[in-house]
Structures are given as structure tokens and as C-alpha cells.
Design a protein. Structure first.
Length: 233
């Protein structure tokens, strides 16, 4: 049988075209398949909506993103913890879960934090645990944040300013939360409920010391205790 080069070329071209079409159809088909893996080693996972909007990241400390807001990512050199970050419907960061811990020259240094942010602002609720040697605290904090939206680009620029200009620049960028409530275990080993006014000043402190001594303190705007109530007897 004589080899027909022309016919062979036509058959080859047809087969190649069919293969390309098959691959293309498979790639464009809806991703409704479920996959199973025994183990996945990964530095970062991005969870996105069908339109590409980022909704959550799970990342190692080395691959943790910067601050993402308004469709832009800004450096966060202080973010050196593994964890998860949450993003709102618009793809702007609005909370997260971070954690770390190590033996630092014989001293335990550990911490974890779960936070939820105000819209286009910083955290308003924080559940945390912190340990640095013998100094330990854990509890929940509730914060106020400025009414204006956080100016993400301005915050990034503040780091380049001289130290004596940064406080005013942060305030202009609507940075500066005020703690209103703390409930938990303080570093002095007491359990406390601390209520603060709008300026962040302590005004009412309920405390139970490690030895069981209980007290209620009423604090003036000047920071001085005006009255202390203790159990009688």
C-alpha cells in the first residue's frame, strides 16, 4: 500500500483540531466537580466569588497579604502572622483570625486574635489571647472607630513621614480607635470588666483579684478613683 502524505496530513490536522476543541470545552465548562485530597501543602489560598471578588485568604506568615481595601493592596510590614483574613462584599478587609507562638530564648511568646471591623474602618470587636513570658492577658475588647472612612492610601504614606508628623497624619486619615470595653483576664492576674467613656478614659472597673478580693471602682475624667466599693464583713 502506497503511503499518501497529503491524506495523512489532513487526518493529522483533523485530529489535532478535535483535540483542541475538546480541551477548550473542558476548560470552559462550569466548575461543578468536587475534588478530594488526602493532604494539601500550600502557602496561601484565596477564596473568591464567581466575579473574582476576594472574600477570604488563608495564608502562612510568609505569604500573608498586605491591607486590601478599595480594590488596592497596601503594604503591612507589621503583619507577620499566619491566619485568615475576611473581606466584605466589595473585597475590602473587614476582620480576620491570626495566631503565632514560639519559644524565644526560653521565654514563651504566643498570641491569637479574632477581629471584626467596622465598614471601611478598623476593628470594633476583638477576641484575643496574649502571652509574653510571665505577662499574660486574654479577653474581649469593644472599640469605637472614627466616623469617616479609613483613607487607605494616606495610611500607607504616613509611614514615610517623620515621627513627629505621624500622629496628626494618622488622625487626618481617620485612624485611631478608642477602646470602650474590656472583659477578661488582665496582666496582673485579676479578672476585670472595664468600661470607658467616648474619649477612652476608664470610668467603671469591676475587679476580682487572684486571691478573690473583689471591688468596684468609679473613676473620674481625671483618671482618679472617686469611690471604691468592696464587700462588707
Amino acid at each position: 500500500m502506497r503511503f499518501d502524505a497529503g491524506r495523512a496530513l489532513v487526518i493529522y490536522a483533523g485530529a489535532l483540531t478535535a483535540a483542541v476543541i475538546w480541551v477548550g470545552l473542558g476548560a470552559s465548562a462550569p466548575a461543578h466537580r468536587n475534588a478530594r485530597f488526602a493532604t494539601i501543602d500550600v502557602g496561601r489560598i484565596n477564596v473568591r466569588e464567581p466575579d473574582g471578588t476576594l472574600r477570604m485568604t488563608i495564608a502562612s506568615a510568609a505569604q500573608a497579604p498586605g491591607f486590601i481595601g478599595g480594590g488596592e493592596e497596601y503594604p503591612r510590614p507589621d503583619r507577620r502572622m499566619a491566619g485568615m483574613l475576611f473581606f466584605n462584599d466589595e473585597g475590602t478587609e473587614n476582620g480576620g483570625l491570626i495566631f503565632a507562638g514560639k519559644d524565644h530564648d526560653g521565654k514563651a511568646v504566643s498570641g491569637g486574635s479574632l477581629t471584626f471591623d467596622r465598614y471601611n474602618q478598623d476593628q470594633v470587636v476583638q477576641l484575643f489571647g496574649f502571652e509574653d513570658g510571665q505577662e499574660r492577658s486574654a479577653g474581649i475588647k469593644v472599640n469605637d472607630q472614627p466616623e469617616g472612612r479609613l483613607d487607605f492610601a494616606a495610611v500607607d504614606r504616613v509611614r514615610t513621614l517623620p515621627d513627629n508628623e505621624q500622629d496628626a497624619a494618622y488622625s487626618a486619615a481617620n485612624v485611631g480607635g478608642t477602646q470602650r470595653l474590656f472583659a477578661g483576664r488582665a496582666s496582673d492576674k485579676s479578672s476585670q470588666l472595664v468600661l470607658r467613656d467616648g474619649a477612652g478614659r476608664k470610668r467603671l472597673v469591676l475587679r476580682v483579684a487572684e486571691d478573690g478580693a473583689a471591688s468596684i471602682e468609679f473613676v473620674g475624667a481625671d483618671g482618679k478613683v472617686q469611690r471604691t466599693v468592696r464587700p462588707t464583713g
